[in-house]
Design a protein around this ligand. Sequence first.
Ligand code: SAH
Ligand code: SF4
Ligand code: F3S
Length: 435
Amino acid sequence: MQKNKIYIKSYGCQMNVYDSNRILDLFKNKDYEIADDPKDANLVVLNTCHIREKAAEKVYSDIGRINKIKKDKKKDSFKLVVAGCVAQAEGEEIKLRAPSVDFIVGPQSYHKLPEMLKTKDSILSDEFTQNDKFKNLLYNSSGGVSEFVSIQEGCDKFCSFCVVPYTRGPEFSRPVNEIINEINKYLNQGVKEVIFLGQNVNAYHGIGEDGKTKDLAYLINKVSELEKLKRIRYMTSHPIDMTDTLIRVHKTNIKLMPFLHLPIQSGSNKILKAMNRKHNVDFYRRIVEKLRNEKPDIALSSDFIVGYPGESDKDFNDTMKFVNEVKYVIAYSFIYSQRPGTPAQKKDNIPLAEKKARLSALQSLLKEQQKNYNKSFIGKKIEVLFDKKGRHKDQFIGRSIYNQSVFTSSEKNLINKIANAKIINSTDFALESSV
Ligand code: SAH
Ligand code: SF4
Ligand code: F3S
């Protein structure tokens, strides 16, 4: 008998990738093999992202491509599933716009997928059943050195531009023991680093072993007691949940890496207010100061949105000034995208050309900062965890403690090794070492 094969594509954030890993777990367990191409599969899962219009629209063009494959296959032997945040936000619309889609599952109900495929009772599942979901998943390492672990999901913040509160539902934190069990499984499979994930990861408030609520600082300290675990990271954090206790853990816990992704979105108080970010620039500035007091070498990263409705030249210049002041080691920036159902939706009023010009100016500045930061490591030694082979012969790639990509050449296999690497060169986006 021919083996079943599953092909999955992730469109979104790290949590979307984590969900894809869990979906693969569910099917690998049911005698499926992984296909690298949808043509070779009989189950195709598109794990979608709704955050910006481009990502969401791509799904429909991909469905069109998959339909061509589907036509060449025998009916009933090929199933197309749309999972993820577009499934959650537009499930009914997908049914109408793309009748070829066999099943639609949101990010909080994909654990039901194997059952749905069997019974065909319902093609759409979009309930928020986080509790059930995590209990019904399997946790197999994806085979690497570093593993994502979702510890918190959903969002109660409702920034006026963002779909996440609607696609992922309210904030939910997993219990401490569940997280530790999952990590132990990965550690027994060779994992050395975990990256805690959550849409608001630092709002974590899970139940501890004693029945009391625990915060992220507690969880980091608890998990760092696991001997085989060498590194901990977490993302994404919201400034208003960056407590003094958590900031202190950056100084006191040596397994917590000196890198923090802390999006500010804009350097203008007026825009922050309009975005409903719940803090001003000074508030964020004070967090940066506190972090640098506790951990002077901490590397900071951020997200920015340019061209938000009402953003004037002055507002944009405030963002540029703020970036100059903070000096990020890396940052991601996006043109504002109008999203259905969000409060900011109807106000988009900055011409596209202006948005593009602002994005390009901001990205040049961020790239310059990243380049200078990387350059400052030449001649220094830095701890690197190597996790994969590079494109060239004997090339290995790893991550520095500051999350930079580091590549090196070695005749010895470096995968899964932590080395004190001497930096000999730098590019805009990476470092080269002589280990
Ligand atoms: N929870 C995280 C971010 C999640 S979304 C936080 O609060 O920071 C990831 C990033 O996508 C955001 O930080 C933001 O910069 C960007 N983003 C979200 N909605 C967007 C929109 N409508 N248009 C453009 N960028 C958006
Ligand atoms: Fe979206 Fe804001 Fe929630 Fe982040 S905090 S997920 S940007 S609503
Ligand atoms: Fe996209 Fe959903 Fe993540 S909208 S960014 S996949 S939470």
